[in-house]
Design a protein around this ligand. Structure first.
Ligand code: EPU
Length: 417
């Protein structure tokens, strides 16, 4: 297990830049499967999840090469419509091959992912949406088998909840379906909008991405394309919180502050000074944050993927904060680790009550997932003395050079592989 060692107390200062969004790249990797040829994605981070998705594509028959943040994806004419359990278990986003493989091959075999550290995470809305486009599904021995008898046909799909993955899987199939597909109550996340930009560059006809109603006019074929991936708002937000929690002053560049409107407002409420330009944001942290309440919601609500980091900040607030997690049923698993550092937090179902304490004190903790891992590192930056964060490989899944970037801002932090 990789370990990160932090000695807290340094106020971070300087400039840090962010790369393309993990949750955009992964979907664009699978989208490339829709058209044979050489695709090029720019601004791609070197992170473990991009490598894992490259393995999924390699299983399908495509190759991915990442050099200098440019990912070249070479998709052959013939591909294998399958994703095995060991890859799906390592990364749930693998199930996004369903849409493209059904569209390209008319059939698919993908291992059904189980639950993970964030909860049961079913994929019923993915399956139901694809069914409406003409797919027959059967679950056999833990493998989801899909067949399309007579080509995908556009349909009107109403989602119960604006699921990011379900919207994407349906979109990825609809681009090659006959006729028009309308997705109502679609997810509006910037990464989804960016997927539509890439698909349109491939020749798709999608309008309304970024709103609750997406319209897709199916086209017979798509072509390979080049695209620059949208900046990672969660990476940017994590560095903004790093500035806030250490009472530092950090400029985060290469980001889109407009994608973090809600979260930056909450940082201001917590006492941060926030200035933003078109592609940068400067955050000046207060000596001690104010208590702030927030509730996670699909975009443009407060991002669930920044919830643990902001809870780490509120752990040292002057006052009591109440937060509500509306996206995941089990996102609070990291609270126990934060308590080891001295945080005073109680949870009840979807709610957490955070009674701010003046000091945290360093100790060994374990990262349960990507974002909670980042949050524990941020808490350790504020804590007195020395902390070790084990299972640090979780953080490598989503952040390129997290430790190096924090060290360049003045953190006392080391990575032990
Ligand atoms: N859900 C269902 N049924 C479905 C689909 C989703 O019940 O068919 C539920 C999920 O169980 C969850 C909620 O709906 O409770 C939201 O799930 P959603 O489908 O919106 O999320 P996702 O596509 O599985 C992506 C990101 C997550 C991010 C969420 C929400 C990727 C690869 N993952 O997941 O990112 O938290 O959207 O914004 O894009 C991360 O980066 O650390 C991460 C977990």
């Amino acid at each position: 297990m990789a370990e990160i060692v932090v000695t807290g107390g340094n106020a971070l200062a300087g400039n840090v830049s962010v790369l393309g969004a993990k949750n955009a790249v992964l979907k664009q990797q699978v989208a490339a499967l829709l058209a044979p040829g050489k695709h090029m994605l720019e601004n791609v981070p070197h992170i473990a999840d991009v490598e894992l998705m490259s393995e999924v594509l390699s299983f399908v028959g495509a190759t991915c090469e990442l050099e200098d943040h440019t990912l070249v994806i070479d998709v052959p004419d013939d591909i294998t419509p399958e994703a095995p359990l060991d890859l799906v278990r390592q990364m749930r986003a693998s199930i996004l091959v369903l849409g493209p493989l059904l569209a390209r091959c008319g059939q698919v075999r993908v291992a059904l992912p189980g639950g993970d550290d964030l909860g049961a995470r079913p994929i019923d809305m993915h399956i139901e949406g694809l069914r409406q486009l003409g797919v027959d599904f059967e679950l056999r021995h833990g493998v989801l088998e899909g067949h399309v008898a007579d080509g995908l046909v556009g349909a009107e799909v109403h989602l119960d909840f604006p699921s990011v993955g379900a919207t994407e899987n349906i979109l990825l199939a609809a681009v090659l379906a006959r006729g028009e597909t309308v997705i109502e109550n679609a997810a509006r996340e910037p990464e989804l909008e960016d997927l539509a930009v890439f698909l349109n560059a491939m020749g798709a006809n999608i309008s309304g991405a970024g709103t609750s109603t997406i319209r897709v006019l199916g086209v017979p074929t798509l072509n390979a394309a080049t695209h620059r991936v949208v900046p990672d708002r969660i990476e940017a937000g994590t560095y903004a919180v790093a500035a806030a929690i250490t009472a530092g002053e950090v400029v985060v560049s290469g980001c889109v502050p407009d994608h973090l409107r809600m979260e930056l407002r909450k940082l201001q409420d917590a006492g941060c000074r926030v200035e933003a330009g078109e592609d940068w944001v400067r955050v000046l942290g207060p000596k001690r944050p104010n208590a702030v309440n927030f509730a996670t919601l699909p975009f443009p609500g407060f991002a669930t993927d920044l919830h643990p980091q902001v809870v780490a900040l509120l752990a040292v607030a002057d006052g009591t904060s109440v937060i509500t997690e509306n996206v995941y049923e089990a996102r609070f698993k990291y609270i126990g680790e934060l308590a080891r550092l001295g945080a005073d937090i109680s949870t009840d179902w979807q709610h957490a009550v955070i009674r701010g304490v003046p000091f945290l004190s360093g100790c060994p903790v374990m990262a349960p997932d990507i974002r909670a891992g980042a949050a524990l590192i941020l808490a350790a930056l504020r804590a007195e003395g020395y902390s070790t964060i084990s299972a640090a490989e979780h953080v490598d899944r989503g952040y390129e050079g997290f430790v190096d970037k924090l060290a360049a801002l003045g953190a006392d932090i080391e990575y032990h592989a």
